[in-house]
Structures are given as C-alpha cells and as structure tokens.
Design a protein around this ligand. Structure first.
Ligand code: NAD
Length: 479
C-alpha cells in the first residue's frame, strides 16, 4: 500500500463524511439537477475534461500496469467519450415522462404518467482493469438522470486514479460530485454513509460486503461482477473458419492481459476440431499478436499486482494440462506471457475460479449435452457466453438453441466475443453469480432514476369518482 500511496493521495478519513454531506446538501437544497440544462452542462464539462486529458490518462495507465497507450485511447477513452455523447444526445428522450395507456375508465380524462425522478446521491465504486470506461459509463448515467455522485476509483491504478479524480473534481459542480481515493479503509468509511444507490463493479467477494452493508439501510445496489465466460465451439465448423475463430478467441482472452470481465475464460471445443483450433491459436500468438512480447514490453499490459500474479501463476503451475504456448513470467514486473493450456478437465486448477489473466484452458468434448450440464453445475450464470457455429440461426440450429436455453448469462454472442460491451443502448450486466442490475444508455438512465407513477386529478368535479364512496346507490349497482 505504501507504494500505491506514493502516486495516489488518499482522501483523509475525516473528510469523507463532510464530502458526502456536501453533495447530499447540494442535491437536496438546490434542486439544480432537476434541470436538463444543468445535466447537459455537467455532461459537456465531463466530456471535455476527458477529451482534454487523453494523453495524461493514457500515460498514467502505461505507468500503472504497462497498458499500451493505443489500447487505452481506443478501448477506454474513445468508447467512454461515445457513451457521454450518447447520453447528451438522448437526454431529452430518456427524461421524457411516459404516458400510461390502458388506464381505468374512471381516470380517462386525467393525465397519468410515469415520470423519472433522480434518486439522490449515487456511490460509484470502480475496479482497476478498465478504470476509465467502466467509471465513465456509470458517471454519465448518474449525471444524466440528475443525481449527485460520490466516486471511488480503484487504488490499484494509482496514477490514473490521481489524475482522473482531479480532472473530474475540477470539471464537475462540487455540490454534485465528490471523489474519494483510497483502499479498504476509505471504502469502509464511505459505506458507513447513507446513499440512495450504490453501483459496485469488481469481484464477487467484495460485492457481497457492499451488498450486506447496503442492506442495513435498505440501499439498492447494482453489482457488476465477473465469472467464467465460456467459448463453446460447435462441431459444424468448417476448417477454413478456424483461423478467424482462433483470432477472435485469442483477442478476447489476451487483450488487457486477460484482465477483462467479459474475457474468454476457457474454450470447450469438439474433439474433431480442438487440435486444429489450438494449433492456430498458438500460431496467432507467436506470429501475429505477440511475436515480440516480453517482460516490460509497453504494448502488452502486465498483471496489476503481485497478489494477482501469484494467483494466476499458481493456476498455471498447478494445472495438469499441457502448456502449448507461454507459461514464462517475470515476477519483478508482474509479466505473464500469453499462455494456452491444452487437455484440461473440469477439475483442473484453471477451472475453479475466474482466471482474470493471460491464460486460456482448452477442454475437448464429444458429448455436448454432457459438457453443458457440467458447465451449468459448476459455473452457472457467467457474465457472457460465446458460441461459434456455422449456422447462427437459432430456430434451425438445435445445439445453439439448447446452449442458449441451458446457460443463463448476462449477455450472449454467436461467432464473436466481448463486443457486447460496446453497445451504447443495450443492457450491460450480469445474472445470478455475475451480478444484478444493468446499465449503458437508456438502461443507465433507468438504473439511476426512480420511475414514479404520477396522476394529475382535477378538483373541478367529483362525479367520476363517486363510485368509490361508501354510500350504496342505484348507480353503483349498475357497475
Ligand atoms: P479492484 O481490486 O480494483 O476492486 C474493485 C473496487 O473494490 C476498488 O475500488 C477497491 O478499492 C474496492 N475494494 C476492494 N476491497 C474492498 C473491501 N474489502 N471493501 C470495500 N471495497 C473494497 O478490482 P477487482 O475486484 O479485483 O476487479 C476484478 C473483478 O471485477 C473481476 O472479477 C472482474 O470480472 C470484475 N469486473 C466486472 C466488470 C463488470 O462490468 N461486470 C467489469 C470489470 C471487472
């Protein structure tokens, strides 16, 4: 922790409660965030704070865990800016009250709406792996829906968190935004405060701590967790499709050094195809994607911490499979080479928990149904699932249909990986063990609003309501 503190100014514990109180007061006493113009101004300031600091943020992540500057610009900031713009362009549409139809005849002449009101103060706790885009999406949604925000980024990317919280604190209205930097102690103090909703992105162990604490004050929570997202290859694949499939899987596993919540965690491949697929993935790693990669390389993200390094290398060393590429590492820099382990079975060390590192176990199968049963009994509800098949038509492809009905997942893709996260207006979130609640675009707006039913009655006449009063009349008997 002392090393992290060198690059990150931890928020003094005693200033956490006053900071939260400040934005709570800002939200309740000024009512400014009910105005769409105020929200637009905040989103615009947010947008420029990011776009003016692209280099500083990218350089910080390069220093934090050797994340390539291009990857940060492309995967995180570019995507994040699009999310902010989407929110700005759709704000009026998202905020518009919805007219309720099919209302009782006794209300026919009265306006009945669902209005979307801000929840209040939202606590957003973000992880290290994509520290920008995951925070940007949540913050943009909470601002758009008219809330005040308390933001706690990960302490594991200290340089990035230091800059990011500074530029946001400078850009956003201090009555509506408060950033807290720190680790467990600071987050625990934050959780002692009252919020109107908490959004936590990270691992399930801490997710349970957050949800338990929130339950004490009946605070609603969104949990964006992880899981073992499988690739399932079907046996209808033609040999000429294997290079493309191998490339997609390798990208989905090894980008960001495997530290991606919806990364490919493992591959289930039919025995008839498995060897050719593994051979091609090895070739792609060696010749196309990572020919020069070694410890300290600036285009290949390293593992975030010594603890995570030990966990992942432990999985590799305890595995009973064959390492067909990789396995080499450097403890001093937390470097692990892209690694594929073949001939894995379900009891292997690599199949217990989410890997969250550059390691791809491959299991071969002959009986798909048996394998899916194994999958659902061990790792039900992954964040994503990816199925490769020649025939993506679900009504014709019984195996595809069977998998999609059997494996409940946050999202699913046929013939590609990871890209679900890029959708601005489709729900991004888990199910079961991979979390609950979702966000992105209109789903963020909904997640950070309360949908309030609103009936506008008239005082001009009581005639249309007389049926409900306790006097029995001939009129009522007719109803
Ligand atoms: P992390 O270690 O950066 O922790 C996440 C946040 O939790 C940080 O802000 C950290 O300060 C806080 N935290 C850590 N320990 C705490 C404690 N005891 N009490 C309170 N707060 C605490 O990141 P991580 O959890 O290692 O992230 C990796 C996990 O997150 C993986 O499982 C991954 O799949 C998941 N993830 C999910 C998504 C998603 O969108 N569903 C996105 C990214 C990561």
């Amino acid at each position: 922790m002392s090393d992290l503190k060198e690059h990150l100014t931890f928020t003094p514990i005693e200033s956490i409660k006053p900071g939260v109180d400040r934005v709570r007061k800002g939200f309740h006493s000024t009512q400014r965030s009910h105005s769409l113009q105020f929200r637009l101004n905040q989103l615009r300031n947010f947008y420029f704070a990011l776009s003016d600091n692209i280099d500083a943020l990218s350089d910080a992540l390069l220093a934090d865990f050797r994340r390539s500057v291009v990857e940060t610009k492309f995967l995180e900031i570019g995507g994040g800016l699009k999310q902010v713009l989407h929110m700005m362009s759709k704000l009026e549409e998202f905020a518009k009250p919805e007219k309720v139809i099919d209302i009782p005849s006794t209300m026919q002449n009265q306006p009945v709406f669902i209005e979307k009101i801000p929840l209040g103060v939202i606590l957003i706790i973000s992880p290290f792996n994509f520290p920008l885009i995951l925070s940007i999406g949540a913050i943009a949604g909470a601002i758009a829906a008219g809330n005040a925000i308390v933001f706690k980024p990960s302490e594991l990317t200290p340089r990035c968190s230091e800059i990011f919280t500074k530029i946001l604190s400078d850009a956003l209205d201090p009555d509506f935004f408060f950033a807290v930097n720190g680790g467990i102690e600071e987050t625990t103090e934050l959780l002692n405060q009252k919020f109107d909703k908490i959004m936590y992105t990270g691992n399930a162990r801490v997710g349970k701590i957050i949800a338990q604490k929130a339950a004490e004050t009946l605070t609603p929570v969104i949990l964006e967790l992880g899981g073992k997202s499988p690739v399932i290859v079907l046996d209808d694949i033609e040999p000429e499709n294997i290079p493309m499939i191998a490339r997609r899987i390798a990208w989905g596993r090894f980008m960001n050094c495997g530290q991606t919540c919806i990364a490919v965690d493992y591959v289930l491949a039919p025995e008839s195809i498995k060897d050719a697929l593994v051979k091609e993935m090895v070739r792609i790693i060696k010749e196309e994607f990572y020919p020069q990669v070694k410890s300290g390389h600036a285009d290949y993200t390293h593992i975030i911490s010594q603890r995570a390094f030990n966990r992942i290398t432990g999985m590799i060393d305890n595995s009973k499979g064959n390492i067909v590429v990789g396995g080499d590492r450097d403890e001093n820099t937390c470097y692990i080479h892209p690694t594929i382990i073949d001939n894995i079975d379900w009891d292997d060390s690599t199949m217990e928990d989410e890997i969250f590192g550059p390691l791809l176990p491959v299991i071969s199968y002959t009986d798909l149904k048996k394998e899916i049963k194994e999958l659902t009994s061990r790792h039900d509800c992954p964040l994503n699932q990816y199925i490769f098949t020649k025939n993506p038509n679900r009504s014709e492809n019984k195996d595809l249909d069977f998998i999609l009905k059997s494996v409940r997942s946050g999202a699913a893709m046929v013939n590609d990986v990871v890209m679900t996260v890029t959708l601005s207006n489709a729900p991004f979130g888990g199910v079961g063990q991979s979390g609950y609640g979702s966000y992105h675009g209109k789903f963020s707006y909904r997640a950070f609003s309360h949908e309030r039913t609103f009936i506008e009655e008239t005082l001009a006449t009581d005639g249309h309501l007389s049926w409900r009063y306790p006097s029995v009349t001939a009129e009522k008997e007719k109803l």
